[in-house]
Design a protein around this ligand. Structure first.
Ligand SMILES: *[C@@H]1O[C@H](CO)[C@@H](O)[C@H](O)[C@H]1NC(C)=O
Length: 407
């Protein structure tokens, strides 16, 4: 008996090894990889509503089995979407800000009627309305009859700078003006939502926290995707060798190109040559961002931008989607405890998915992606809100919020 086993093992055919390997991988995938996402929110009406109305929340997340690594998810999602999603013809509006600066607002309302709600989309660090993860949301919104407007930051989306000022991760003055403007343009009875991706999530989150009352009067619901909750930890994480660091370098180069394209150096003295040598986001911020916005140090800037400790100030219902393995966002910086106590903020955490990845299935379909599915399920329920339930929840939550502030 042992002899036969020994014989078999010493002459094991290649295809048996392959078969055993596949079975082992399948077991690993099914037992350890496929999981229901973690969902964190204080007990109460918002949690109940979301659990009931967002079916995807209660389903397991099936990350693409040959693309499990977080960096692979991040990069492949970007490549796949950019290869398969066509460009979108928006209606462009040039909006002039109070200081004379201009930003492009890209509207898409092909499939809308006068009752359609509207979602403002804030792209990531160097992103604009033609970025693949933005288009992925825009297509999904269009299919559900939701109007969208993409807010391209100053100097982006092909609009020249009119004033010597760019944008940063915590400056929410421009967003505040854009929200007010959109509120005036969209019929009063149509609800407004906003969603921010990555750095766009920081800008939106900071707006919701710092201008809590104002935000609440304009916005019915908000969503944040793959936000770096704690900027210090995010920056540390993206500097880890080798793959994270490589991603960070790519992003730093893209920041330099954005800066150069914006033409800011024509308006003011910038040492473009030394900025170009930045190898990390931290170096870029030290050489450019903090000087441009008058922060004494990079740490001061990152403190200011960090969202992790501001959840309790938010008074618009906010749903967040993060992946536990996001290379820009270590799991220990996701404010789970705060969200557990916070009536307005709910966080969905998938075990895998990387940064703005969330690729699912054997061959990830670009038509129905996890990220856009959660987006559409949430905003359809929260903004069309035919029975007024979400509005009542928002008002109830606000009463509780005010009581907490008073004591
Ligand atoms: C939006 O939806 C309408 C109706 O389904 C469709 O005809 C149109 O092509 C869509 N637009 C985009 C950009 O997807």
């Amino acid at each position: 008996m042992l002899d036969t086993l020994y014989d078999y093992l010493s002459n094991i055919p290649g295809y048996h090894v392959l078969g055993l390997g596949l079975v082992a991988y399948l077991a690993y995938y099914l037992i350890l990889v496929v999981k229901r996402p973690t969902f964190v929110c204080a007990d109460g009406p918002l949690k109940n509503f979301l659990m009931r109305e967002i079916p995807t929340l209660n389903m397991k997340f099936w990350p693409t089995f040959w693309c499990l690594d977080s960096r692979a998810q991040t990069i492949f999602a970007s490549v796949l979407r950019s290869k398969t999603i066509p460009s979108i013809e928006y209606k462009r509006e040039i909006f002039t800000l109070k200081d004379g600066g201009e930003v492009a607002l890209d509207w898409m309302a092909d499939n809308c009627d006068s009752n359609s709600p509207c979602v403002i989309i804030l792209p990531g660090l160097t992103g604009n309305s033609q970025d693949e993860y933005v288009k992925c949301l825009v297509f999904a919104a269009n299919n559900s009859g939701i109007r969208v407007v993409v807010f391209n930051n100053r100097g982006l989306g092909g609009v020249d700078l009119k004033t010597p000022r760019l944008y940063n991760a915590c400056n929410c003055e421009d967003l505040a003006e854009v929200v007010q403007h959109v509120r005036k343009v969209v019929p009063e009875y149509c609800k407004l939502g906003a969603t921010g991706i990555s750095m766009g999530g920081l800008v939106l989150g900071n707006y919701l926290a710092r201008r809590s009352e104002e935000a609440r009067t304009y916005l019915s619901a908000a969503k944040i995707i793959s936000v770096p909750w704690n900027v210090h930890k995010a920056i540390d994480s993206i500097e880890q060798p080798i793959l994270n660091n490589l991603l960070g370098r790519l992003l730093t180069q893209s920041m330099y190109h954005t800066l150069k394209q914006s033409g800011l150096h024509k308006h003011q003295d910038l040492d473009m040559r030394s900025i170009k040598t930045s190898k990390t986001i931290r170096e870029f911020d030290a050489l450019f961002t903090i000087k441009h916005f008058g922060y004494p140090s990079v740490d001061d800037y990152y403190n200011d931008a960090t969202l992790q400790n501001k959840l309790h100030q938010i008074s618009v219902p906010l749903l967040c989607l993060s992946a536990a393995d996001d290379p820009f966002q270590p799991l220990d910086a996701i404010p789970l405890e705060a969200a557990n106590k916070c009536s307005h903020v709910a966080i969905i955490i998938t075990a895998r998915g990387g940064h703005i990845g969330f690729l699912e299935g054997c061959w990830p379909s670009t038509k129905d992606q996890y990220m856009s599915r959660v987006f559409v399920e949430y905003f359809t329920k929260a903004l069309f809100d035919e029975k007024g339930e979400f509005q009542r929840i928002k008002e109830d939550l606000h009463r509780v919020y005010l009581e907490k502030q008073n004591c």
